[in-house]
Design a protein around this ligand. Structure first.
Ligand code: FAD
Ligand code: UDP
Length: 383
């Protein structure tokens, strides 16, 4: 069969592109090295009837109407605002740290003083970066900032990334603000919804089109070769477009070295009880080896009696030579960006090759950002 477009990977990057091209009457071939579609969003129902996310908890949130309009074409979505608490000094307090957290950990007098100072200093602002607080000129605000920094951010970050907090890109820390009020939602985005029947069903609908062929359990690089800045598919020069959403260093055989990632050990546990914990996610910034525990029933809104499943996330090293090791988080710093850029220079020489997604672009993208990238890339080069 002749294909117009080849897509490597079936996460949101690959599947969004596939859908757009298929609607445009292009014949699309998707390669997926795993045994199922959906990338890291893949979810499945366990024997105990609980829907779990195999590659870590995925909560959908976006400020983009365009993205929301796109995903809601594929099945129903329900309103879901994610709540997280963190165990700080043996007390569970809302994360992002907010005024309620402050009141739970400080005396009433101290909490009142800090709240008043914060509101006076950061007028008309609903959230503030922890990095601004620790550098504040007011001593009370600064000490409060240092308390949150030490108890919420410092050890969690060291555990998650295995480097001191000072070495982590500030954009990573700034994903989690301090809230100047009582808003206890983890995300502040305009649209917060979850797929009613899970992500896998969304992907099945997205890819359910006669113009789309999917090859599972196949590494695309078995069929694709790059030679003299041309793409060869099954040993013939391929003149259509190739969209690659896998790891860019793998595509070029690690020519400039492996791009560093952080990985996770995901440990699922089943219990015969209604609920294991009081919130969807409990963060453990300090003593435990895991960073957080997710209880899936809260995410899926499931009413399953006397059964529940939780997930503990243990951060660990990623090893590109071990095929069971999964590259979860790009480690953003100047050195790694420079290595990425060297790989990207190779891409630029190949006119019909495009990078899209978290691995291909080596970015800390949320799902919505990836979908938007894919929609915009299609608008730019699709026609
Ligand atoms: P992926 O989902 O990684 O898909 C890439 C696909 O390509 C994979 O299926 C892979 O098997 C396949 N592939 C790669 N190379 C090849 C090859 N050579 N041949 C064939 N197939 C190949 N975002 C949110 O918005 N909300 C969240 O709550 C959230 N939680 C997260 C939790 C964790 C633990 C992690 C790690 C990420 C989380 N994210 C979250 C981010 C989200 O996972 C990404 O934005 C999303 O996966 C990006 O989609 P993608 O298509 O770029 O990549
Ligand atoms: N973070 C932290 N303490 C927390 C939550 C987050 O220090 O309780 C920091 C940590 O560095 C983490 C980053 O903020 O890697 C981003 O957190 P987020 O919850 O967005 O991570 P993700 O869900 O992507 O794993």
């Amino acid at each position: 069969m002749k294909f117009d477009v080849i897509i490597v990977g079936s996460g949101f990057a690959g599947s969004t592109l596939a859908r757009k091209f298929a609607l445009d009457n292009k014949k699309v071939l998707i390669y997926e090295k795993r045994g199922q579609i959906g990338g890291n969003m893949y979810d499945k129902v366990l024997d105990n009837s609980i829907l779990v996310h195999q590659y870590g908890p995925h909560i959908f949130h976006t400020n983009s109407k365009k993205v929301m309009d796109f995903v809601t074409q594929f099945g129903s979505w329900y309103f879901y605002e994610h709540k997280v608490v963190g165990k700080i000094n043996n007390t569970l307090v809302p994360i992002p740290f907010n005024f309620k957290s402050l009141e739970l950990l400080y005396s009433k007098e101290q909490a009142d003083i800090i709240k008043e100072k914060l509101l006076a200093k950061y007028k008309d602002t609903k959230k503030v970066s922890i990095l601004d607080l620790i550098n504040d000129s007011d001593e009370t605000i600064k000490q409060f900032g240092l308390f949150v920094y030490k108890n919420v951010f410092e050890n969690y970050t060291a555990k998650q990334w295995n480097i001191p907090i000072e070495e982590i890109d500030t954009s990573v820390i700034n994903r989690v603000p301090v809230i100047l009020g009582y808003d206890d939602r983890y995300f502040q985005d305009e649209y917060q919804y979850m797929p009613k029947h899970g992500y896998t069903k969304v992907f099945e609908e997205m890819l359910n089109h006669p113009n789309i062929t999917i090859k599972l359990n196949t590494n695309a690089l078995e069929d694709i070769e790059i030679k003299d800045n041309k793409i060869y598919w099954q040993n013939q020069e391929f003149h259509g477009k190739v969209f690659y959403t896998g790891a860019i260093d793998e595509l070029f055989n690690y020519k400039y070295g492996p791009l560093p990632y952080r990985s996770l050990d995901l440990v699922f546990e089943n219990y015969d009880m209604n609920y294991y914990q009081s919130s969807a996610v409990v963060n453990y910034p300090n003593d435990e080896k895991y960073t957080r525990i997710t209880e899936f029933k809260y995410l899926s809104n499931q009413l399953v009696n006397n059964k529940t499943t939780i997930l503990k996330e243990y951060p660990k090293k990623y090893d590109y030579q071990d095929e069971n090791s999964i590259p979860y988080y790009a480690i953003i710093n100047e050195e790694n960006q420079n290595m990425y850029q060297k790989y990207y220079e190779l891409v630029k020489k190949i006119p019909n090759l495009y990078m899209c997604g978290r691995l291909a672009e080596y970015k800390y993208f949320n799902m919505d950002a990836v979908i938007l990238r894919a929609l915009e890339l299609y608008e730019k080069v699709g026609k």
